[in-house]
Design a protein around this ligand. Structure first.
Ligand code: NAD
Length: 450
């Protein structure tokens, strides 16, 4: 079976996308008309794709792209609720078509299935519950970029990237990639032994907002997964890096500034699991000599991959909105101050910290800081480049509550003193760099740049 992407556009004519996907996938406010019908359709196609890996001409990446675009898109393909409405508003004349973009040679290669074998025979999928699997997808916001930087320093073949999700064509061809589930202890051990691993950077986690919506899964991945990694690091004498976060603090911590050592009573499963990680790592360092290293990252701002469901995600989305619709609806209050960092500072801090001699480290868990801003302040800075940006505020109860319990500013004196940490990006540089990167990417993709 082969699906021509153009055929998919007939689906858009007959489906009320505006009503069904009115809010972002992470929104907690639901309208009556809202329903993940399109997502369910994509899931059905994915179940077919998994049961018949040779039968479909496209890859899982295409389904993930469509799922993302249905909720937030640079294209007009999923606008409005009917064909009539689309014609009346001139959507086809005034916007770009996603499917046409996906058919360009470079894009097409990323989304085609290399195993595809056309057949005239009908396929009969099994609908037994045992035959259906949970669908996950997409690699992490931070991992891919860090692997790229490490490969530049240590050689492509010396850095192995792993995840439970299928990598994009680009990631798969840019260096070694293996499937590894942090919950599968035996398989992780096999990989560590076979690849003669010496450093382990453990990024797998469910982030704050997603974790709150899936408490049991967050506990499993963030705590049981961490224990597997700690045991393996100990057993194989690895240097282990585990990131922590501003979310490891709670409302009873000093918030402005927050020092390295103070009360930590977070109110999310994400925060609780991160404090657990910090304490277990430090305990095993003192008791058994484990070379455990942990940095508490602020909210990280990047454009290369979509954010993974954290509370600071607005600070990424606002840049895209500024250059597309010119309007950003913020799920936090305008005065919500949080520590933030450019992704290249985050990667550099991680590498410098991993390279620091043990003798320089007076702590095993450090805060790192770069800047701290509110939605209003970042919007003001963006308006210096995009004067027409309009921001409206519709605080989301869950995310606002999380943000109100987090540090407003990080004190990173110890990191600066012990291993020479210094950030390169302040708000001004961050804003112009992120806007430039998004503009460049849009130009490469053949989209209008502002
Ligand atoms: N992004 C930020 O702003 C930020 C801030 C502070 C700390 N951190 C920490 O940095 C780390 C990476 O963050 P991110 O933004 O890249 O997160 P992300 O959600 O984008 O990526 C997490 C990755 O973990 C993978 N994963 C989930 N379950 C897994 C399993 N069972 N086995 C193996 N992999 C699994 C996912 O597939 C995903 O690719 C996390 O530990 C996070 O807590 C991130």
């Amino acid at each position: 079976m082969h699906v021509d992407m153009k055929e998919c556009s007939s689906l858009q004519a007959g489906h009320p996308f505006r009503q069904r996907c009115a809010h972002s996938a992470y929104s907690h406010a639901r309208l009556q008309q809202e329903a993940p019908v399109f997502l369910l359709l994509l899931d059905c196609v994915w179940q077919l794709w998994r049961q018949f890996p040779l039968a479909l001409g496209f890859s899982e990446a295409l389904l993930l792209r469509l799922a993302t675009e249905a909720y937030a898109s640079d294209y007009g393909t999923f606008l409005c609720s009917s064909h009539q409405e689309r014609c009346a508003l001139g959507v086809t004349d005034n916007t770009h078509c996603l499917f046409r973009a996906l058919l360009r040679p470079g894009e097409r290669d990323c989304y085609s299935n290399p195993l595809y074998e056309p057949t005239e025979l009908a396929i009969w999928p099994s609908v037994h519950p045992q035959a259906l699997q949970l669908w996950r997808g997409g690699l992490g916001q931070l991992g891919v970029g860090l692997a790229q930087k490490l490969r530049k320093q240590y050689g492509i073949d010396n850095v192995i990237l792993s995840d439970i999700k299928k990598p994009s064509h680009h990631v798969f061809t840019s260096g070694p990639f293996v499937y590894a589930d942090v919950l599968d202890y035996k398989h992780l051990r096999e990989l560590i032994v076979n690849y003669r691993v010496t450093w382990l950077i453990h990024y797998s986690a469910l982030l704050s907002a997603v974790g709150e919506a899936n408490m049991a899964q967050a506990r499993e991945i963030n705590i049981r997964g961490l224990h597997n990694v700690l045991d393996l690091a100990l057993e194989n004498c690895l240097r282990l890096f585990v990131p922590s976060t501003i979310g490891a603090f709670g409302p009873s911590s000093p918030r402005d500034p927050t020092p390295d050592l103070c009360v930590q009573r977070p109110q999310t499963i994400y925060g609780v699991s991160k404090v657990h990680g910090e304490l277990m790592g430090e305990y095993l360092h003192h008791k058994c000599g484990l070379d455990f290293r942990c940095l508490r990252y602020p909210g990280v701002i990047s454009v290369s991959a979509p954010p993974g469901g954290g509370t600071t995600d607005y600070a990424v989305q606002i840049f895209h909105d500024a250059l597309t619709t010119g309007h950003h609806e913020c799920y936090l209050r305008p005065d919500t101050r949080l520590p933030m960092m450019h992704i290249s500072d985050c990667h550099r801090a991680t590498i410098e910290f991993m390279q620091a001699p043990e003798s320089q480290l007076s702590l095993r868990t450090y805060n790192i800081a770069a800047m701290s801003f509110t939605p209003e302040e970042v919007a003001q800075e963006i308006r210096k480049h995009v004067p027409h940006l309009k921001v409206t505020y519709k605080p989301d109860v869950v995310r606002q509550k999380i943000a109100d319990s987090w540090p407003m500013r990080f004190d990173d004196t110890n990191a600066r003193r012990d291993w020479g940490w210094a950030s390169a990006f302040k708000l001004e540089e961050l804003v112009s760099d992120i806007l430039r990167s998004i503009r460049d990417k849009r130009t490469t993709d053949g989209l209008p740049a502002s």
